[in-house]
Design a protein around this ligand. Sequence first.
Ligand code: SF4
Length: 398
Amino acid sequence: MSTGFSTTTRRVRTRRGVVWLGQTCNLRCRFCYFQTRVATREHPDHPFMSLEKARAICSTLRGHYGNTAVDIQGGEPTIYPRIEALVAHCREIGLLPTLITNAVAMDDPQRCRRLKEAGLRDLLVSVHGLGAAYDEAVGLAGAHARQMKALDNLAAEAIPFRLNCVLAASVLPDLAAIARLAVERGARVMNFIAFNPFEDQQGGRTGQDVPRYSEVAGPLADALDFLEENGLEANVRYLPLCAAKPRHRKNFYNFQQLPFDLHEWDYASWSWSGRNPQRRKDGDLEPPITLREANHRSKLFGHEGYLADPSVSVEDEYRHSALIRAREHCGYSFAPACQACALKDICDGFHGDYSGLYGAGEAHAQELTDFSGPAGDPRRFIREQVKIVEDEDASWAL
Ligand code: SF4
């Protein structure tokens, strides 16, 4: 029987867009980047947008940006009242729909069946702990049991899924078990995401649930080895490259590497759909902009002549966008140790909020005898990683 995917080490740019329906959710995750917006009904980002607006955004992702897949997220997209109609629209226009979800509401088999019939491609399920630790982290008694029931339902309906796990301190004791869960339940991919407390977490952070990178490194390396042994693609996002064992550098994605993961977001369309008018119920959609135009709005690339500079390639535009996201949006910065590091040109350094909390003393310069120096290719390590390509993407991604 076909698995529905192949594997490859070829790295091409993603064609996946993203739409935020509104910050309405059935859980209250302690480490949610949008927790204020989720908890505050009056916040302009809180309510779900209309189906008409969501459809228009998705049509722009497909028609203007040429995206062939979309991550639909809320808040929690499975509780969006018109989710099946939106999924059906995406499928109809050639924008294969994924839901980024806690999956708790998918404990209802009928909901799973309806979404599959509407044209759902797959789910990216957030598993931030197991058992009572998960219930506590997400603020809902019984949530873990419901999530596990949802995984049963996905198997029964043959709906593919991948897993996401935020590396909060409360999650680390469960990391090995979550990796086992991914293998035993047949996840296609396992992602680990550094807990960098930004967006709504800014100001309210205590450090209580933010582990130091050096505390994450051991359990993470064990989980990555286990997943590798079992042939499961694993990705780590937003951790400095020196937090990786050399054998795991291929699994680490900073902003410069992200466009080469087909399950991550296209910086061009994200630069448009991530702006407030496209993330809110109220207000008209903005006209689409090019990635070059989006870059030109930044301090880094706002200089005269950038828009028409013929020496800037498309590849450059994506690297520039990566720099803007790291330096201007998230306040990443380099530590003194980074100045002597061979990976500096392809590493984001330390997240601004993290270094604000703990400093950047854990940075340690990396040496490479075979490294190409300042003009480092972001694919230098990730091109050694075996990744999946779903059958629908085989014609352009394999
Ligand atoms: S550039 Fe800095 S943060 Fe990145 S790997 Fe090198 S020492 Fe670590």
